[in-house]
Design a protein around this ligand. Structure first.
Ligand code: ATP
Ligand code: NI
Length: 353
């Protein structure tokens, strides 16, 4: 069995509002093997960032809190840690990068100084050693002329270059886990691909694990080992990239795959959209949270919540269609209602939906 760097168990986190406690994640369970990349995908508001913020215990500072569950990092529960203890972990053993690199950088310090600062705090390096290490980090993230660049301020660099600096900062302390929340969303497509390549390469070099959050299935196809699909605060499907793309089990996942833009399907280029909107988690429907939008809804879906069940290979889905006995009827329905749609993701994965 591979060693687990992160085990999120039944994590319920949310915010105190005028209406009381409002959940943003609902019993989220996720696991990440050491050296692997887990992508968490889902529409806006599905609870991806709140999950990440909970792992970092940054949720405490965003007006929220963890109501229940465990976040085991290398076996110890971060939920039970004091913020004082988290200071030694955050920015050191677990680091995080965000969508907007500018907001992660301080405009009044040179980028070299900012990377060096992390090393001085967490690794107690001397000023000179930290500076040298930060120039070396800039080189490793593919910044040309790192000696000169280290002396520059963030505003003197492009967005893509700044994201490289942020990655250099995040990796300087050699973290066990990197959490990346939509790290390429703000960048243009070419730069996006370069940053994804860089993350893939650095994961190998540094032997770290990555939890990557994205709403983009194409990004997940590029970098993930495993993919977890979240819907309205809950994980509805989880499996290897191959399982998710070639044998998706949850109708929500199938909908997400069908709505990947820029793919040649047999539908004349028209983009598929999942009907309806994601409900606020405070107003979840009865039964399966996806049932009002599900093209295969059955009576039981309206009444009872399906459990997230694993197949023998570990591919998990929370859907009544998987229930033996219910499956036959549903398959007949599915065959009648769906047209075959072939999509190609990048150069690797071909899926028939
Ligand atoms: N500071 C906050 N106060 C109150 N509610 C919040 C706060 N931050 C997030 N939420 C709520 O928590 C839920 C989950 O939000 P979250 O940011 O985790 O979604 P997400 O999947 O990351 O979406 P996106 O793709 O838009 O980033 C949403 O309903 C959101 O409104
Ligand atoms: Ni988010």
């Amino acid at each position: 069995m591979a060693e687990k760097v992160l085990q999120i168990r039944s994590l319920t986190a949310g915010f105190l509002t005028e209406k009381g406690f409002v959940k943003a994640t609902d019993r989220v369970t996720l696991e990440l093997d050491r050296g692997q990349t887990l992508c968490v995908v889902g529409e806006s508001g599905s609870g991806k960032s709140v999950t990440a913020m909970s792992v970092m215990r940054l949720i405490d500072y965003a007006g929220g809190f963890i109501e229940d569950g465990e976040v085991l990092f290398s076996g110890s529960d971060l939920v039970k840690k004091k913020q004082q203890e988290m200071l030694k972990i955050r920015g050191n053993r677990i680091t995080m990068i965000f969508q907007d690199p500018m907001s992660a950088l301080n405009p009044v310090f040179t980028v070299g100084d900012q990377i060096a600062e992390a090393l001085r705090i967490h690794k107690r390096m001397s000023k000179q050693a930290a500076w040298q290490a930060s120039v070396e980090m800039l080189r490793r993230v593919g910044i040309p002329d790192p000696d000169m660049r280290a002396k520059q301020y963030p505003h003197e660099m492009s967005g893509g270059m700044c994201q490289r600096v942020v990655i250099a900062m995040a990796l300087a302390c050699n973290p066990e886990l990197l959490i990346a929340d939509e790290p390429t969303t703000a960048l243009d497509v070419t730069v996006q691909a370069q940053i994804l390549d860089l993350l893939r390469q650095l994961k190998q070099e540094f032997g770290m694990s990555i939890l990557l959050i994205t709403h983009d299935m194409g990004v997940a196809a590029e970098v993930a080992d495993r993919i977890a699909v979240m819907y309205a605060g809950a994980v509805v499907e989880e499996g290897t990239v191959k399982e998710i793309f070639e044998q998706p089990r949850h109708p929500y996942t199938i909908g997400l795959l069908k709505s990947i833009p820029g793919l040649e399907g047999e539908r004349g280029g028209e983009l598929y959209t999942i009907k309806g909107v994601i409900p606020p988690i405070s107003q979840l429907p009865s039964g399966c949270r996806f049932h009002p939008r599900c093209p295969h809804v059955m009576e039981i879906c309206k009444q009872r919540e399906p459990a997230l069940l694993a197949s023998p290979t570990g591919h998990k889905a929370a859907c009544w269609l998987d229930e033996p006995g219910l499956k036959g009827a549903a398959e007949a329905e599915t065959a009648a209602s769906s047209h075959a749609l072939k999509v190609t993701i990048g150069s690797k994965t071909e899926v028939t939906l």
